[in-house]
Design a protein around this ligand. Structure first.
Ligand SMILES: [Zn+2]
Length: 305
């Protein structure tokens, strides 16, 4: 937890091996001042997690390596050709809800939209059908090939700085369930800010189950198995878990003006499980009445002034 606790001996005795991370991926603060949070095993194997003293995010203490990140993603449902395409259908409710929010702010005709981490193109298809000129990028080559076969422009790359398909300023950049895999979120947000037109929109679907991770980390000290189960549910295979309030502060620091942030519209599907739907319902009510965030995720819309 946030209380100072030494790192497990395996890593502590060896000092700081090259594979350990030097910065909080969520806010960029040095990892030196982060405290030990938990150690557990998930889809990425056995990992240590730290808690950032600056932004209070939890993050995996492992340096980012693009090649292994691509390999990992290809093993997950959203990185697999067949299941990735099925996931497009599953997330249709979320896509339409987010598009509805965007279209209330901008008219799609003649507007350029970049989807960061476009996977198998589900959102690109929905946005193109709504009238946007769309383009995307992703780290998984087979996903990009699939998107190109759908008739859209897409590039294999991992960072906004490497995206070269378009040089013209963008009207809308979407980042849906993708920022949690970034090694350096402040740098990515700055790049996106620079690429947007003045008045352009950044639209993110963010995951914030940091509150669940806090419960899991405490529970783990009492009942290891139950705690780990909760932690796996809280962080999935993500690289960090950032409180929504810290996320909004980071956007403001980058220069964005936050237009809205709400769990409403962040539910993936009509087929989402009932407990998760209830968590969204309760989380939405708490967020809009008390400002307490206890939902699984949120849709954030920010504008470049
Ligand atoms: Zn941080």
């Amino acid at each position: 937890m946030s209380a100072v606790r030494p790192l497990p001996p395996v890593t502590a005795e060896r000092g700081r091996p090259a594979t350990r991370t030097t910065c909080c991926p969520a806010c960029g603060a040095t990892a030196e001042s982060a405290s030990y949070a938990w150690q557990f095993s998930n889809a990425r194997g056995e990992t240590n997690w730290l808690r950032c003293s600056d932004c209070h995010s939890y993050f995996m203490d492992r340096e980012y390596a693009l090649e292994s990140e691509v390999q990992h993603t290809e093993q997950m449902t959203w990185g697999d050709a067949e299941q990735g395409a099925q996931l497009n259908e599953f997330k249709e409710r979320m896509y339409q809800s987010i598009l509805g929010s965007i279209c209330r702010l901008v008219s799609p005709t003649g507007r350029r939209l970049l989807d960061v981490g476009c996977a198998y193109g589900g959102f690109l298809q929905a946005a193109a059908a709504a009238g946007f000129d769309v383009v995307g990028y992703d780290i998984v080559p087979s996903a990009v090939k699939h998107v190109q076969k759908l008739g859209f422009q897409a590039q294999v790359c991992s960072r906004a700085a490497e995206f070269t398909l378009l040089s013209e300023p963008l009207d809308v950049v979407t980042v849906l369930d993708a920022n949690i895999y970034w090694p350096d979120q402040p740098a990515e947000l700055r790049q996106i800010f620079d690429r947007l037109k003045p008045g352009g929109l950044l639209v993110m679907r963010v995951v914030d189950k940091s509150w669940l991770a806090t419960i899991g980390a405490r529970l783990q000290q009492v009942t290891a198995a139950a705690g780990q189960k909760l932690l796996r549910r809280a962080v999935n295979d993500h690289r960090f878990s950032m409180p929504l309030g810290s996320m909004l502060s980071l956007l403001e620091q980058t220069g964005f003006r936050v237009i809205s942030a709400t769990p409403r519209g962040a539910i993936h599907s009509d087929h989402t499980s009932l407990p998760v739907k209830l968590s969204f319902g309760l989380g939405t009510a708490l967020w809009h009445t008390l400002g307490v965030f206890l939902a699984p995720g949120a849709v954030v819309i920010a504008e470049k002034p």
